[in-house]
Design a protein around this ligand. Sequence first.
Ligand SMILES: NC(=O)c1ccc[n+]([C@@H]2O[C@H](COP(=O)([O-])OP(=O)(O)OC[C@H]3O[C@@H](n4cnc5c(N)ncnc54)[C@H](OP(=O)(O)O)[C@@H]3O)[C@@H](O)[C@H]2O)c1
Length: 334
Amino acid sequence: MATTSTCVPNTNAILKPQKLPVNFSNHLRSSHSNLASRVKMTSFSMSKVTHLKVSQDAISLTSSPPRVMVEHDLLIVGPGVLGRLVAQKWRQEIPDCRVYGQTVTTDHHNELIQMGINPSLKWTEATHQFSNVLYCAPPSRTADYAGNVRLAVLSWNGEGSFLFTSSSAPYDCNDNGPCDEDCPVVPIGRSPRIDVLLKAENVVLEVGGCVLRLAGLYEADRGAHNYFLEKGIVDSRPDHILNLIHYEDAASLAVTILKKKFRGQIFLGCDNHPLSRQEMMDLVNKSGKFSKKFDKFIGTDGPLGKRLNNTKTRQVVGWEPKYPSFARFVESIS
Ligand SMILES: NC(=O)c1ccc[n+]([C@@H]2O[C@H](COP(=O)([O-])OP(=O)(O)OC[C@H]3O[C@@H](n4cnc5c(N)ncnc54)[C@H](OP(=O)(O)O)[C@@H]3O)[C@@H](O)[C@H]2O)c1
C-alpha cells in the first residue's frame, strides 16, 4: 500500500469523538444519566416491559433473569445481515445471554425468533434499558437517523458497550490516496448524506458510545461485486478504489469491540487490501465461481476513492480479519 499521505493527519481526531453544541450534549448526558440511574435502582424485570406483544410469536419473557444474563444482554437495532451475524457470535461466546432485535417491520420477526433473537418494533421506545447495544440499522429507512440513534442511546444503561456502525464515507479523501483513522472528515454542511452519518455518530460519542466506520460490506451474493454483476455494464469509472470488509469480519470486529467496553472511540473496519472496481470485477470474472459474467465499466469521470488502512484499530482492539482480502475470499469459495 502507498505510504504517501494526501489526507492531512489530525492528531486530535485519532479515535476521538466530534464535538456537539454544549446545550445538546448536556441534554443528552443528563437524559442518559437519569435513565441510567433509574435502571440501576430497578432490577431487570421483563414483566415491566410494555411492548412484548408487538410480535405475537415473540419469546415469552416474564421473569427477572439472573444478574449475569442482564450484564450480557444485547439489543441489536437493525438485525439484518450484519446484526444477525453479531447475534450468532454473541450467543456462541456468551451462551446464557439474551439478544433482542429491533426492526422497522414485522416481516422478519419469525426468522429472528428462530435465531434466538427477541424481536420488536419498539424496544428503544420503552423504559427498558440494555447493557449492550449495537446500532447497525442503515440510514436509508428513516427521515431522522440521529433521532433513532438517540432513542437507542437512551436505551443503553451505560454498563457494557454501545456500538454504532457507521461508514468510512465521512473520511475526506477522494483521490485514491491513503486514509486511516486519523484522516480528517468531511466538514458538516458539505454533503447531506455524510451529515446524516456524522450527526448520528456524534449522538453516540457524546455519551461514551463507540463508532465503527465500516468499509464496503460483502459476502458471496451481497456487496458491490454482486451489484456490478447484476448490472453487467456499469456507468462508473473503473479506477475508483474500493475498500472492503467481509460481513463475518465486520461481525467479529463488532463483537470484539463490544466485549472490551471501550468508551467514546472511533474505529475503522476494513481488510487493508483496497482495490479498484476493475480489479475487483477481474477477480470475479477470472474465478469462474459466479454464475454471471461482468461486462464493463463505461464511466470516465466522477470522484475517486481512498485506500483505507486500519492498523491502529487492529492494534487497539486486538483483531484480525478471517478474509484478509477480496482476492483471498474469492479463492476460498468452493
Ligand atoms: N452495506 C455496506 O457496504 C455498508 C458500508 C458501511 C456501513 N454499513 C452499515 O453497516 C450496517 C449493517 O448493514 P447491513 O447490510 O447488515 O444492513 P441490512 O441488512 O440492510 O439491515 C436491515 C435491517 O435493519 C432493519 N432496519 C432498517 N432501518 C431501520 C430502522 N430505522 N430502525 C430499526 N431497524 C431498521 C431492518 O428491519 P426490517 O426487518 O423491518 O426490514 C433489517 O432488520 C448499517 O449500519 C450500514 O449503514 C454498510
